[in-house]
Design a protein around this ligand. Structure first.
Ligand SMILES: Nc1nc2c(c(=O)[nH]1)N[C@H]1C(S)=C(S)[C@@H](COP(=O)(O)O)O[C@H]1N2
Ligand SMILES: [Mo]
Length: 407
């Protein structure tokens, strides 16, 4: 493993890391990041706005491993541009993968055979596209009360892109699955650096792995994947939280026994019975916890930050709504703290896994106005009024309220 060192510029203005994957890394920083109101004060103080190579400035919450979220104003369109897409890593050794030498090893005791796919092999398989939200399980963790340990994300550990690639099912068909296969496991090219962090290995139940929407993507919004979003190819698991979306995918392993390891248990689990779990991951369930799977229905006001000043008169609030793939049925808004609700107007439908834009016009009176928003999906799931507290801060879909001051 290559070594690297971190050089913090005299004024903290320039960061350079040398070594595999980080050679291109030279980021410019500015203090005073637009963090989500409610994140811990220590996070708010230490967060900076910083542009990773090839990216617009993102809110840096951690540098090694890199954890950067998108500021609110990057969510004003239902497609998140590649250079505005959040970055989340568990591991610090992130190599620059060369598509010319890149390979995916396919096999495992649950497979009938073994295969090695190059990038060209992937490109020869039939291509599919899906517009899907990639949201970190811990998105909004920083808003948990009481605060919990982990990356203190605000609203921006998510994005929605048009992903293009091959069906994971078609790749698995190259080797064939045994009837006893229960899970498909994934590894990426990144690894732990100097610390004792276990390698990041995730698995899916076979039924989700062979779903026609589950892809190995090599394009994002019509361009190659950015380095920090998994170049040259990553897993796309529409409807499920980002933890399964393995970046720099190098192995696909069919298993006859459930995948073990830290990242399957105890990490990324929710208490049994706390959240509605439609899509079950039975082979990983136990008496007290179950893996986090589907994204819960949620919405975000993106037109105005909390506390923004507006002109008295007609104000149009707008934003996004999304869920685990059942599709958004309605977005409702309230200007009286939730006593009465009116339907917002839904915008373009880019598919059931995508961000759904909405807008809502109301008459703002001089002084303080509040707008609360609530999305409901097509199977009747809706957002919560209060936090369903869990120790990892997952699945925060508390209805958001912004206060707008009308002059
Ligand atoms: N190889 C690799 N893939 C990974 C991770 C990682 O640490 N290493 N993190 C996962 C998690 S927890 C999330 S939320 C998403 C984030 O995707 P992004 O960085 O492209 O936004 O990547 C997933 N895939
Ligand atoms: Mo995540």
């Amino acid at each position: 493993m290559l070594t690297r060192r971190s050089v913090l510029g005299a004024a903290g203005a320039v960061l350079t890391l040398t070594g595999s994957g980080w050679s291109r890394f030279s980021a410019s920083r500015a203090a005073g990041a637009p963090v989500t109101p409610g994140v811990p004060s220590g996070t708010a103080e230490s967060a900076t706005l910083e542009a990773l190579p090839g990216k617009k400035p993102l809110i840096r919450l951690a540098y090694r491993p890199p954890n950067y979220e998108a500021p609110l104003d990057y969510f004003r369109s239902p497609i998140t541009p590649n250079d505005q897409f959040f970055v989340r890593y568990h591991l610090s050794d992130i190599p620059d993968v060369d598509a010319k030498t890149y390979k995916i090893e396919v096999g495992g005791d649950g497979a009938n055979g073994q295969a090695t796919l190059t990038f060209d092999d992937l490109k020869k398989l039939p291509a599919y596209e899906v517009v899907a939200v990639n949201q970190c399980s811990g998105n909004r963790r920083g808003l948990s009360t009481p605060h919990v340990a982990g990356v203190e994300w605000g609203y921006g550990a998510m994005g929605c892109a048009r992903w293009k690639g091959v069906r994971l099912k078609d790749v698995l068909d190259k080797v064939g699955l045994k009837p006893e296969a229960v899970e498909i496991a994934f590894n990426g090219a990144d690894g732990p650096a100097f610390d004792k962090t276990p390698d990041f290995i995730k698995s899916l139940p076979v039924w989700k792995a062979v779903d026609e929407s589950t892809l190995i993507a090599y394009e994002m919004n019509g361009a190659p994947l950015p380095h920090f979003n998994g170049y040259p190819a990553r897993l796309i698991v529409p409807g499920w939280t980002g933890t399964y979306w393995m970046k720099h995918l190098i192995s696909v392993t069919a298993l006859t026994k459930p995948q073990g390891g830290f990242w399957m248990n105890p990490a990324y689990r929710i208490p049994v019975g706390m959240f509605p779990v439609v899509a079950r991951f039975v082979s990983q369930e136990n008496a007290t916890s179950t893996p986090i799977t589907e994204i819960v229905v949620n919405s975000l006001i993106t037109s105005h930050a909390d506390g923004a000043t507006v002109q008295a008169g007609t104000v149009t609030a707008s934003g996004l709504a999304w869920d685990g793939g059942y599709g958004i049925a309605t977005v409702e808004a309230s200007t009286d703290g939730g006593k009465t609700w009116s339907e917002a107007t839904l915008g373009e439908d880019l598919g059931r896994y995508a961000f759904r834009p909405w807008s809502f016009a109301f008459a703002a009176r001089r002084g303080k106005n509040t707008v609360t928003v609530k999305a409901t999906n097509k199977i009747g799931q809706t957002q919560t009024a209060t936090l369903l507290f869990n120790p990892a801060g997952y699945h925060n879909n508390v209805m958001q309220t912004v206060t707008l001051n009308a002059a």
